[in-house]
Design a protein around this ligand. Structure first.
Ligand code: SAH
Length: 213
């Protein structure tokens, strides 16, 4: 089956699972997921499942990327911060929907691989950093939207601080060992409002930087 055909089938399956935001579906339709998976998994690029990437990490399942992107309510003028670049797929999808994506990854190897993909695909509105994303990007804050693609115990305070008034954060939290949920946190004049979205499974948000050989 051709990549186009498989992408169309994926969009159909995302609609059947309840994704309704046409701009999100269009962005997913525009980004070739096969460019973000490792070669041995290329033929599974459009199956609705997470896949392994370098450094023991994973590229999220397309449905979860769609759900998180929809939940984030991204607008064209927004500056969006992503924690956990991973393969770069989520950042690429966001880059079709907003002014600029800022994405931070603790593994340099992953960040460099993602950067090559962005260049090859001509995605020029993505700014990358290697570092501990639990601290956000304080010099570039505030952000209209923040998406965290690794699970923390609690939403990191630094990220809450870097959210604009009226801003939205989507973040998976591990409430109990082995049990994670996706939350949407909205900042208003009173403070932060939290909405529970769904059960999820992400790799952990890890503080500090790894040793890479
Ligand atoms: N958004 C990714 C999914 C990545 S999996 C994609 O579309 O492919 C989560 C990523 O978060 C992993 O690459 C992991 O290394 C990274 N990560 C975990 N803790 C982090 C931290 N404190 N700072 C930055 N990145 C982190």
């Amino acid at each position: 089956m051709s990549g186009d055909r498989r992408r169309r089938d994926l969009l159909q399956s995302l609609r059947e699972q309840g994704i309704t935001d046409e701009s999100v579906l269009q962005a997913i339709g525009e980004v070739p997921r096969e460019a973000f998976v490792e070669r041995p998994f290329a033929d599974q690029a459009y199956a609705d499942q997470a896949l392994p990437i370098s450094c023991g990490q994973t590229i999220s399942q397309p449905y979860i990327v769609a759900l998180m992107t929809e939940a984030l309510r991204v607008e064209p003028a927004h500056r969006v911060l992503e924690i956990g670049t991973g393969s770069g797929y989520q950042a690429a999808v966001l880059s079709r929907l907003c002014r600029r994506v800022y994405t931070i990854e603790r593994y340099r190897t992953l960040s460099e691989q993602a950067g090559e993909r962005f260049r090859r695909l001509g995605l020029t509105n993505i700014t990358q950093q290697v570092g501990d994303g639990s601290k956000g990007m304080p010099t570039l804050a505030p952000f209209d939207r923040i998406i965290v693609t690794a699970a923390a115990q609690e939403a990191p305070q630094a990220l809450l601080d870097q959210l604009s008034p009226g801003g939205v954060m989507v973040v998976p939290l591990e409430e109990r060992p082995g049990r994670q949920s996706l939350w949407r946190i909205t900042r208003d004049e009173q403070g932060f409002a939290r909405e529970h979205l769904t059960a999820v499974r992400f790799v952990p948000l890890v503080e500090g930087l790894p040793r890479e050989g």
